[in-house]
Design a protein around this ligand. Structure first.
Ligand code: NAD
Length: 500
């Protein structure tokens, strides 16, 4: 089944509206209704998507449970590692289709989809194939009360039926970051991609079929959150564990839904990430790094920097240079390889970001660049673009400095010493990532110890090793995924104790 029109490229050719369906028990099925997905580049409808209601979600959970009782439930770790490698190879074979789907749904540049989003999809499967194949169990020899010996050892078992609910910003990357370890551990999954990005997830279902993943091991339901596929799935009594990436407020709604069944949850949530630039930093690297950390993917990465603190001696120079670089970032069509800026994911999200631009002005911010929408004089004027925006002049209590905006915007404030900088960075309900620019080793290592963040980058940003723990503190998440931390969430360990 090919569900996508591979010639479709948002903004170049709207193409015939394709139809995307749910994938349940190894079959593409319609649902209880349909919704339309519009291109963020032009506003034109690009897909008609089958929405899963309660009964389609129930069928998906039932199919997953049945798969666990079948041969999949008896596979060994090496066998599953081989399946994951086949999935990675098939993803690479479908590379161009996946790029097309990702670009059509998000309007991101084709260069980014080719170099980040889609390669990371395949890399996630390879990484977890390696990790599951190489992770040993635990054994202990124990002295018993009678003076004898007992052998304790662990058996790793799947958590069961895992619900995977993900957002729209890095669709395939974030989805496979969870599907790969879930399958490595022998689970069956029901995935709910964002209603804004149904394309690459639908292709992933085709990839699963082509890679020989048994029916029911991977199921896909399309739809929204409340009252739709997302809520039906997270409330379903047949789901054993829920892994979610998205907004903190949605995490709290899902946690309430999970409470009734006492289900395990893993949450990767929102952020209001700080960047700290010390006067001794390589300023060229700090400016270019901050351009990337604030504006990559239109600022729509959970790890993006929205608050910058710059040491007073370099504050003016840094601020002026960052604003100039932000103003230069080029808008193209997604198919232009040199395009940097992409649209917001939807008209509604653009309204939210523009609302924050207005709020910043009302709060008294100086707008150094941006704060409005670009005018193209072509079909992109129907899209969801905003200009990259650099602000200054607000205090730490301004809503602009407290609320996650999730757009191409940062506020820059000065500081005098490291203690002040780290206190400002920590003054947030969130704690996902922080970035520090300095040449001083002591300051760099101190940052890692004192910053309230799950990830601290020094003199770089968004360098990821898939074996490392990933997650946030405070309102930015619950638990860690990555490497063996993912295995801890996606499996249950049984300890066996044998009297010798
Ligand atoms: P969102 O929370 O609105 O939606 C995420 C997913 O949850 C979507 O699939 C949505 O349909 C579903 N959903 C919404 N309400 C639900 C409910 N009540 N029950 C079940 N499912 C529900 O987030 P978004 O707007 O898609 O993504 C942006 C957010 O994601 C930002 O806050 C960003 O910081 C965060 N994010 C975090 C990470 C991370 O790793 N920490 C990564 C990427 C994005």
């Amino acid at each position: 089944v090919t569900t996508l029109d591979p010639g479709l490229m948002a903004g170049r050719r709207a193409g015939p509206a394709g139809e995307l369906r749910n994938y349940v028990g190894g079959r593409f099925v319609s649902g209880e209704g349909f919704f339309e997905k519009a291109s963020p580049v032009t506003g034109e409808v690009i897909w008609r998507v089958a929405e899963a209601g309660a009964s389609t979600v129930d069928a998906a959970v039932t199919a997953a449970r049945a798969a666990l009782r079948g041969p999949w439930g008896r596979t060994g770790e090496q066998e599953r590692a081989a399946v994951l490698r086949r999935i990675a190879a098939e993803l690479e074979r479908r590379f161009d289709d996946l790029v097309t789907a990702e670009v059509a749904d998000t309007g991101k540049s084709i260069t980014q989809a080719r170099t980040l989003d889609i390669p990371r999809g395949a890399a996630n499967f390879r990484a977890f194939a390696d990790i599951i194949a190489a992770t040993p169990g635990e054994t202990f020899t124990t002295v018993t009360p009678a003076g004898g010996r007992a052998l304790n050892y662990t058996v790793r078992k799947p958590a069961g039926v895992v619900a995977i609910v993900v957002p729209w910003n890095l669709p395939l990357l974030l989805l496979t970051w969870k599907v790969a370890p879930a399958l490595a551990c022998g689970n069956a999954v029901v995935v709910k991609p964002s209603e804004e990005t149904p394309g690459s997830a639908t292709l992933l279902a085709e990839v699963m079929a082509a890679a020989g993943v048994p029916d029911g091991v991977f199921n896909l339901v399309h739809g929204f959150g409340p009252g739709s596929a997302g809520e039906h799935l997270t409330r379903h009594p047949g789901v054993d564990a829920i892994t979610f990436t998205g907004e903190s407020a949605t995490g709290s709604a899902i946690m309430r839904a999970a409470a009734d069944g006492v289900k395990a949850v893993s949450f990767e949530l929102g952020g209001k990430n700080a960047g700290v630039v010390f006067a001794d930093a390589d300023l060229d690297a700090a400016v270019e790094g901050s351009v990337r950390s604030s504006f990559t993917n239109g600022g729509q990465v959970c790890l993006c920097t929205e608050r910058l603190y710059v040491q007073r001696p370099v504050f003016e120079e840094f601020t002026e240079r960052l604003a100039r670089r932000a103003a230069e970032l080029s808008f193209g069509w997604p198919a232009d390889e040199a395009a940097v800026m992409m649209p917001m994911i939807s008209a509604a999200h653009r309204e939210k970001v523009l609302g924050h631009y207005r709020l910043a002005r009302e709060e008294g911010a100086q707008v150094l660049t941006g704060g409005d929408v670009p005018v193209f004089g072509d079909a992109r004027d129907g899209g969801a673009y905003v200009r990259p925006t650099v602000l200054t002049g607000l205090g730490p209590d301004a809503r602009t400095n407290r609320e996650e905006i999730f757009g191409p915007v940062c506020h820059i404030a000065p500081f005098d010493d490291a203690d002040e900088a780290f206190a400002l960075a920590n003054d947030s309900q969130y704690g996902l990532a922080a970035t520090v620019w300095t040449r001083d080793l002591t300051t760099a290592h101190q940052a890692g110890r004192v910053l309230d963040a799950g990830l601290v980058w020094v003199n770089t940003w968004f360098v990821r090793d898939l074996r490392t723990p990933f997650g946030g503190v405070k309102a930015s998440g619950v638990g860690r995924e990555g490497g063996t931390h993912s295995l801890a969430f996606y499996s249950e360990l049984t300890n066996v104790c044998v009297d010798l």
